[in-house]
Ligand binder design. Structure first.
Ligand code: SF4
Ligand code: SF4
Length: 387
């Protein structure tokens, strides 16, 4: 049920607050962007007052700073280090617990039940694209992830089309933004300034329409619809980064011995930050743990990373022992072999791996370097985080 432009609706700030309340009344747990720990992350949302009004994130390679915008925009920033991945694929999950009983046997406790359905308020187009990527990986075959499914199935998504791309964004190159095309129930575009604060709303699903019906709203005017379109057009023209994707798969498959890999290895710390913040990375490992008495044991699934030595350890050694080999594997999977596995790119252009790399390694710059003949790249600035 795609909403034709002429049928767009409009809400004010109170209306958005009522929308969050209406979702809560229907049993959803609203989650959205909140200011926490000097950044903007996903968290439980009680209402509009929890949204990051007047805040933005200034980002560049290896740098992110939370700063005031000087206005009251609620969605005047792009993405932070966190993404909805954490809500659907928890960083750590106890799969079962075994307890020794008095007779020498043991009892098994199942994992805690998944929380009730989540409503995402203000998911960015690149984040929605990343959810679709994870859906394909974790739900798209006969081998589905039951824990992911339990959190993902009923989720309600309110998209926020982007008006303020960050310094490391390249969703235009990835063809995932700055407006969301599918994968949401409702989508909003924020219009603010000169005393106005309005959200132009698109309705994409029947349940989106039903929730909106419970909230006071009106038809958007032609002028509002035109300005909402201009918001995303403007965002598209201000991308912080660009990635040339033509021939990229062939380039990566064909440059296994490129000197750039050694040059990257000299800078890369192998810290795995890039994979932890990436909204499409899905790798996990499973550990069996016990308490100090041995009376209780549990099996835990945690996010893991192809940047760790242990991740590719196979009977006696890691198959990717060098940092350069691990970076080569990561970028080749993201931008080349993901196409063969899942018929799409593994990168949605969110820029997180660039911002949160402590030594400012930039996936877009590395591709430029790999396209070159191997002569030394220009120096990249390295900067500590100033969050
Ligand atoms: S590889 Fe980097 S830019 Fe691409 S989706 Fe992952 S974090 Fe975002
Ligand atoms: S590319 Fe950056 S974030 Fe990723 S492992 Fe290397 S140093 Fe860490």
């Amino acid at each position: 049920m795609s909403d034709p432009a002429g049928d767009a609706r409009a809400l004010d700030v109170d209306g958005l607050d009522r929308l969050i309340a209406a979702l809560s009344e229907r049993g959803f747990a609203p989650h959205g962007p909140i200011v926490r720990d000097g950044s903007i992350v996903w968290g439980p949302l009680r209402g509009v007052a929890d949204l990051p009004a007047g805040w933005t994130l200034e980002q560049d390679a290896g740098r992110c700073q939370l700063v005031r915008r000087g206005d009251g925009a609620l969605f005047g920033w792009a993405v932070g280090p966190d993404s909805p991945k954490r809500l659907f694929l928890p960083p750590s999950l106890q799969l079962f617990t075994a307890r020794r009983d008095d007779e020498g046997g043991f009892a098994l406790d199942p994992p805690a039940p998944a929380p009730g359905p989540i409503a995402l308020i203000g998911a960015r187009p690149c984040e929605i694209a990343a959810i679709a990527v994870q859906d394909r990986v974790l739900l798209g075959s006969e081998h589905t992830d039951a824990h992911y499914r339990a959190r993902r199935d009923e989720a309600f998504i309110v998209a926020a089309h982007c008006g303020e791309p960050g310094g490391t964004c390249f969703c235009v190159s990835a063809d995932t933004g700055p407006s969301a095309r599918s994968g949401f129930d409702l989508a909003l575009t924020e219009l603010h300034g000169d005393g106005e604060h309005t959200f132009v709303i698109e309705v994409a699903t029947e349940r989106g329409a039903a929730v909106l019906e419970a909230v006071p709203h009106r038809a958007a005017t032609g002028d509002e619809i035109a300005r909402a379109a201009a918001v995303v057009t403007g965002a598209a023209s201000r991308m912080g980064r660009e990635l040339e994707t033509d021939g990229l798969r062939e380039l990566l498959y064909g440059c296994r011995e490129h000197p750039r890999w050694d040059e990257i290895a000299a800078r890369c710390l192998g810290c795995a930050n890039c994979t932890m913040v990436c909204p499409t990375c899905f790798c996990t490992s499973v550990s069996d743990l016990t308490d100090i008495t041995g009376a209780t044991a549990w099996r835990e699934r945690s996010w893991d990373s192809c940047f760790t030595m242990d991740f590719s350890y196979i009977h006696g050694g890691s198959v990717r022992p060098s940092v350069g080999a691990r970076y080569r594997h990561w970028i080749t999977h993201k931008l080349a072999s993901w196409h063969d596995q899942f018929d799409e790119s593994g990168c949605v252009g969110c820029g997180r791996c660039i911002t949160w790399c402590p030594v400012a390694i930039d996936i877009t710059a590395e591709v430029v370097g790999l396209r070159s003949d191997g002569s030394p790249p220009p120096r990249t600035r390295t900067a500590g985080f100033r969050v």
